[in-house]
Design a protein around this ligand. Structure first.
Ligand code: IDP
Length: 138
């Protein structure tokens, strides 16, 4: 079943010149990019995106990081895209991520971990609305 996932190349990923590398991995896998933009997230957008974390002790650090520079937002589509992308990303803490995964290859820090990908279809639907209007999705 085709699914859509909201993927972010986070500001550290942009700084590390990983936009092309990450998009290439998805395309080579057979996933389709159906929306794409570069932007700086506002604090309101960050609070909406990370609603489940706003009360956590690390949220101020996370908010400063995620709003601190340009990021790339995209919608990636394909069969079981959500699970496929989560597996390609690695786990939240890059130290625990397998080499060969995006976080396992390109990150060491639990906060600055290069990439976001939706963790469920419900999350994807909610997160996509935070970045894209329907007419921006191809
Ligand atoms: P996920 O990005 O792998 O889905 P979540 O647990 O949903 O992981 O956390 C969202 C993001 O919040 C992480 O990707 C990371 O950037 C940040 N984060 C999570 N836990 C910590 C922490 O303990 N310290 C600092 N940042 C964290």
């Amino acid at each position: 079943m085709d699914q859509k996932s909201l993927v972010l190349v986070k500001p550290d990923g942009v700084r590390k010149h990983l936009i092309g590398e990450i998009i290439a991995r998805f395309e080579r896998r057979g996933l389709k990019i159906c929306a794409l933009k570069m932007l700086v997230m506002t604090k309101d957008q960050a609070k909406y995106h990370y609603a489940e974390h706003v009360d956590k002790p690390f949220f101020p650090e996370l908010e400063a990081f995620i709003t601190g520079g340009p990021l790339v937002a995209m919608i990636v589509e394909g069969p079981n895209a959500i699970k496929a992308i989560r597996t390609m990303m690695g786990v939240t803490d890059p130290i625990e991520s397998t080499p060969g995964s995006i976080r396992g290859d390109f990150a060491l820090d639990k906060g600055e971990n290069v990439i976001h990908g939706s963790d469920s279809p419900e999350a994807a639907e909610r997160e996509i609305k935070n970045f894209f209007k329907p007419e921006e999705i191809y």
